[in-house]
Design a protein around this ligand. Structure first.
Ligand SMILES: Cc1cn([C@H]2C[C@H](O)[C@@H](COP(=O)(O)OP(=O)(O)OP(=O)(O)O)O2)c(=O)[nH]c1=O
Length: 192
């Protein structure tokens, strides 16, 4: 059966692990893209436009052969009210983010784009997460142990030390880790 070349435009080991769950062959391509947020845009539009930039950057790097390519790229942010949290610069910013994420639920947004020639699919998926409140000591212990500075909102729901502080999630778990698997599977069917 003819299979297009599937390329995950990402350097995130988590996205690679999640896409591997589909048991489809794919390659990864790390791209360096401007991930700055545009305050005039809604959160959904911000994450989908960053994902599109990642997909387009990958498209420009790929050597064109006769084989059809399908590029998948995504971007994840955490938001509470109108505040958006990307990756922290270091311990102090991460500590502040985790303090503000206590005591009420927040949302995790992942925008993803599939790109193949002129055809594309753009979608944003949201998951609500609520923490079991963490003391300042627990936050410090978590940050020093896991250093989650490469993660939006300064946490990894998949980290063992964080998992015990997750009270509730509503929506797709994989979306929080960076790729909303069931929605990506569904959208991919139209491309493969
Ligand atoms: C909230 C949360 C985020 N994350 C991760 C998912 C994303 O990898 C990261 C957000 O940063 P992104 O900029 O979305 O992704 P990235 O820089 O890791 O990878 P790339 O742009 O190359 O695809 O935060 C978790 O792993 N667990 C979590 O619980």
């Amino acid at each position: 059966m003819y299979q297009p070349r599937l390329i995950l435009a990402s350097q995130s080991p988590r996205r690679k692990d999640i896409l591997s769950l589909m048991q489809l062959p794919f390659e990864t391509l790390a791209v360096d893209t401007d991930e700055s947020l545009d305050p005039s845009l809604a959160i959904e539009e911000n994450v989908t436009s960053i994902a599109r930039r990642k997909a387009e950057a990958a498209s420009s790097l790929i050597e064109k052969t006769g084989q059809r390519t399908v590029i998948l790229a995504a971007d994840t942010v955490v938001a509470k009210g109108n505040r958006i949290y990307g990756k922290p610069a270091g311990f102090d910013e991460a500590f502040g983010m985790l303090k503000t994420l206590q005591n009420r639920s927040h949302r995790v947004y992942t925008g993803f784009v599939l790109l193949s020639g002129d055809k594309s699919h753009t979608e944003c998926v949201t998951t609500t997460v609520e923490f079991e409140p963490m003391s300042e000591r627990e936050i410090t212990r978590y940050l020093l142990a896991l250093q989650p500075y490469d993660k939006a909102g300064s946490y990894g729901i998949q980290d063992p030390l964080m998992a015990c502080h997750i009270k509730r999630i509503e929506g797709c778990y994989y979306n929080v880790v960076g790729l909303p698997l069931s929605r990506v599977c569904k959208a991919l069917k139209a491309f493969l």
